[in-house]
Design a protein around this ligand. Structure first.
Ligand SMILES: C[S@@+](CC[C@H](N)C(=O)[O-])C[C@H]1O[C@@H](n2cnc3c(N)ncnc32)[C@H](O)[C@@H]1O
Length: 205
């Protein structure tokens, strides 16, 4: 499905998210995500942070064949199921309703591999997830992390608001780690920032 068509069909979900303060991927980042999946022909995707199935529907519309998506929020997942059903994607989706850290440890034990991991869950925990996520990538696989610049807080010098301190410190650590061996990372300065990480070797142009 073309990008503009899927976005049009997702208008109801977008309005619902806005009304209920559910954060979903922003417009330009959504287009970037769609193009990234489409152009790189990424087929098996792990998503951390399903919410109501907005980004998941975009990923599947871009040509992904299988989406494994995790969210701890039961209510969101019920809405996501309806969205996936609406697009006829239900049989391509595995929705896992649990804490992401718990789930990725199981996926690792099961030796599951993905072409892309779309990281859009709790920002402060990416650093803890990274050693496991590394083992969940197919050869040439990529970690696509959204909102890594946290409205400028990540690169801002000086005092960080107390409530956000742990998240900012942990996300900075994540960015330091993915910018060092064995990873290579590109930061896309679009909206709230996207970090595209691969294991050293090959990298998308
Ligand atoms: C930014 S939203 C995801 C938005 C979605 N990817 C989209 O663009 O349509 C983050 C989601 O992560 C979920 N989440 C937060 N902490 C989590 C955890 N520890 N384990 C699993 N899911 C978590 C929240 O319930 C929320 O739905």
């Amino acid at each position: 499905m073309e990008f503009n068509d899927i976005i049009k069909k997702l208008e109801k979900e977008k309005a619902y998210a806005k009304l209920n303060y559910i954060p979903i991927i922003r417009d330009q980042s959504a287009k970037f995500l769609y193009d990234f999946v489409y152009e790189n022909k990424l087929k098996s995707i792990l998503e951390i942070g399903t919410a109501i199935g907005y980004s998941g529907s975009i990923i599947l519309s871009a040509g992904a064949l299988k989406l494994t998506t995790i969210d701890k929020n039961y209510e969101y997942i019920q809405i996501a199921k309806k969205a996936f059903e609406k697009f006829g994607f239900l049989d391509q989706v595995q929705i896992l309703n649990d804490d992401a850290f718990k789930v990725i440890k199981i996926l690792e034990k099961e030796n599951k591999k993905f072409d892309m991991i779309f990281l859009d869950g709790p920002k402060g925990q990416y650093i803890k997830y990274l050693p496991i996520l590394k083992n969940l990538l197919n050869n040439g696989g990529v970690i696509f992390a959204d909102n890594v610049l946290l409205h400028g807080l990540i690169e801002q010098k000086g005092i960080i608001p107390h409530k956000k301190r742990t998240m900012v410190i942990n996300l900075r650590k994540y960015l330091d780690l993915v910018n060092s061996d064995p990873f290579v990372t590109k930061i896309i300065r679009l909206e709230d920032g996207i970090a595209i990480t691969k294991l050293k070797g090959d990298f998308y142009a």
